[in-house]
Each structure stands twice: as C-alpha cells, then as structure tokens.
Design a protein around this ligand. Structure first.
Ligand SMILES: [Zn+2]
Length: 412
C-alpha cells in the first residue's frame, strides 16, 4: 500500500497492524506500507529536451514539448528506488493506492459524511513595490543584487522617472486615485505588455497605510522620455515597476480562471487538450508581447547577438548549433530562411559557412573567399560567393570569378 506521505502511512500501518519497520516501509500482518513525499517525480526542465535550452533566450520561447518528460525529483531518489524495488518484491502481489483503498472500503456501503471543509480561494492582486519587495523581485527575476537595484532606482529617481524609492509603504495616498488611469495609459504606451487594461485604482490607494513616503511608482515624466537611451539595468527595473502596476490595478483573474478551468477538466466539462490549447495560446501571447519590446527594454537578457538581418523578412538572424537561422521561424507565417553550417555548396569547397561569412552575406549579399577547393582540378581558387536566395527550403549560392563568369548551384 502506498500512502502520499509518511504520517499517513504510519496511521494506516497502525490500523492494519504492520508494526515492524524496514527501510522506507512498514511491514506486518500481510501488508507492506510505504509512502511518497509529495511528488517523487516532476516535469523535466527545458534543457532535457535540448541542451541548447539550458540558457533562456527569448527567441526560443515558448518551449512547448510534444511529449512531456519526467525526472525523479532531486532529493527523492532514495524513496523512489525503495518504491520501485517494492513493486518488484516477491512478497508483493498487488498494489493499493492508499487514498483509493479508503474509497474501495466504502464501496456499496452507506457512508456518513462527518465534516465538510469549505475553502474560499481568492487570488489577490499584488501590491505595488516598496523598496524591499522591488529588490527581492529584481533579484529573483533579473539577478540583480540589492545594491544594484538600489543604484538603478536611485538613478531613475534622479531622472524623475520614479517617485522616492526609499520607502516601505505599499500604498498610494487617496489624492492620487484620479491620476492612476492616466498613468496606466502612459505605462501601456511605453511598455506594450497589454492594451487598455481595466484600472481598479482603489486597490492601490490607502492613505492610512502611507507613512513618510508612498509606494514606488512611475511618474508622468515617462510620457516624454525616450527609454531606448536608458542603461539596460534601469530599463529592466522600470519594466518591473510598470508590470507590477498593471498587475496591481488590473484583473486578478489569471490564476483563479485557470483553476476553474482545471476543475472543468476534472469534471469532464473541458478536455485536457482544450485546456492545454488555452495555456499555449496565453503563453504565445505573453511571449509575443515581450518580443515587441525594444531591445533596451528586453527583460530576457539575450546573450546572442544577431548576425544580421534576414533578406526574406527583415528579422534578426541568429547563430544556432547547426545553422544560422532567421528568428521569424516561429511567426504565424514562418520565415524559413536558414543557412546550414554544413551546407553542401561550402563543404564541397572544403570551407565552413562561418558566422563571419554569413554576416558578410547578410550585409552585402556577397563575400570574397580565398582558398576554395575545386573537386574537378583538385586545386584551390579564389572567388566571390553571392547569396542567390530564391525563397525555397534551402538558400542558394552563386560563385563569381573576376572576369570569368559565374557558376550556379541551385537546389529546391
Ligand atoms: Zn526571415
């Protein structure tokens, strides 16, 4: 019998008379009772699907696996081993899930409900930032130290983009209520997280809870400021404060809504794939919003530099493991531009399609290369390689010799 946790296993063992203790289980009276510690198995992290996902890069998101992988939770390997061992133990001829066992015991008999616990769940919107919570979030989300965050916020304060930062209040004063909708509008213009969100200003207002200074909030100066001129650290902190404001005054619906949907799945009113579809749609929307941020506003620190601009769609081209690819491959109408590092055109000439060559091809449409190998003459030669893209699955190239004409290789 498997219980969800040790204490439950002990109670059951007592009732069943399984009194002798073995490694990770209780045994006796024909029973072996073991336990889990909550979840012994969890979803694998993104890099289990592709090592390349170990670092989060905006262009890879969202990562939605077709088949989910699972791993044994870090500190629960021992109990997992014990349970696996018991399942193949000769003494075991059947397996009972302890919770189901209670149901089975009652089946067909009259049951008396002795107590009902009613739990009301409300999802509270977050409060605005005081200095400490801002520093905590900036550390968790952006990896900044408390001092870094303090320096950035101090600089933003000096630029009059945020209010006085050394505050421990979490509310605004009553007289500020009327100004909130206008401020939210300004924030939405500067940070395109959402469009026209609902504004419940009353949630962030409480004069009685404001001591010397009210909570940290963006100011109207934001409207006339070109944020692309700010250092990345300051823009990131500003983005956090902006996002927090929108959450605090917006609809606190997200979590509650998903919980309600999960319940519908449980009751067979909504299919699991329908639920998943909703999650995927929401995730894609969030990512799309994040990717419309200007580079300086990027909350995800992409360590990848674009190699150049895609000749087909104008989006940045990045270097992957095996190819140099256009970041537009995840668009609704995906852009298929990609240069394979082991491209036949180059490998036949014993040259690698390097980042440098790709950069030149993207910038000028051509690149001069020396020491190309000729399979015909077995000699090497110099030539200009031209990008001759026809929009097909593979990108085509063309060779140009000074004064000697052209050689084309086209593939579909
Ligand atoms: Zn493209």
């Amino acid at each position: 019998m498997i219980a969800e946790k040790p204490s439950v296993a002990q109670s059951i063992a007592k009732v069943l008379g399984a009194t002798s203790r073995e490694d990770g289980c209780l045994v006796g009276n024909g029973y072996i009772i073991s336990w889990c510690f909550g979840h012994l198995v969890e979803l694998a992290s993104a890099d289990a699907y592709d090592p390349h996902y170990a670092k989060w890069v905006l262009n890879d998101l969202p990562i939605i696996p077709e088949n989910w992988k699972y791993v044994v939770s870090a500190d629960k390997g021992k109990q997992f081993e014990i349970l696996s061992g018991l399942m193949s133990d000769k003494r075991v001829d059947g397996l009972v899930c302890a919770t189901e066992a209670i149901c089975t015991a009652c089946a067909g008999k009259a049951a008396v409900v002795q107590s009902i616990t009613r739990q009301e769940k409300t999802a509270q919107p977050p409060k605005l930032y005081d200095l400490t919570t801002l520093q905590r979030d900036a550390n968790r989300i952006l990896g900044y130290t408390a001092q870094q965050t303090l320096d950035y916020i101090q600089s933003l304060y000096e630029k009059k983009l945020v209010t006085y930062p050394r505050t421990d209040s979490k509310y605004l004063t009553d007289d500020m209520q009327d100004a909130i909708p206008e401020l939210v509008k300004t924030v939405c213009t500067s940070f395109p997280f959402v469009e026209n969100p609902p504004v419940h200003a009353e949630r962030v207002i409480d004069s009685s809870k404001v001591s010397d200074h009210h909570v940290i909030i963006l100011t109207r100066t934001l409207a006339g400021t070109d944020l692309s001129g700010l250092p990345t650290g300051e823009t990131s902190i500003l983005s956090l404060i902006a996002a927090r404001l929108l959450c605090a005054v917006g609809e606190p619906c997200v979590t509650a809504e998903w919980e309600a949907k999960l319940q519908q799945v449980e009751h067979g009113e909504l299919s699991a794939s329908g639920f998943m579809g909703g999650i995927i749609k929401l995730t894609n929307g969030l990512i799309k919003n994040a990717s419309t941020l200007k580079p300086g506003q990027n909350l995800f620190h992409s360590d990848r530099e674009a190699i150049g601009i895609c000749p087909r769609c104008g989006k940045p081209v990045y270097e992957g493991k095996k190819s140099l690819y256009c970041s537009g491959y995840k668009d609704t109408l995906p852009c298929g531009f990609s240069l394979r590092k082991n491209d036949r055109f180059f490998s036949a000439k014993k040259k690698a399609l390097t980042r440098k060559i790709a950069a030149a091809l993207l910038k000028d449409g051509q690149v001069s290369i020396t020491g190309l190998y000729s399979q015909k003459t077995r000699n090497s030669y110099d030539a200009t390689v031209l990008l001759a893209d026809t929009g097909g699955k593979y990108v085509n190239f063309m060779l140009e010799f000074s004064g000697k004409g052209q050689e084309r290789t086209f593939r579909k």
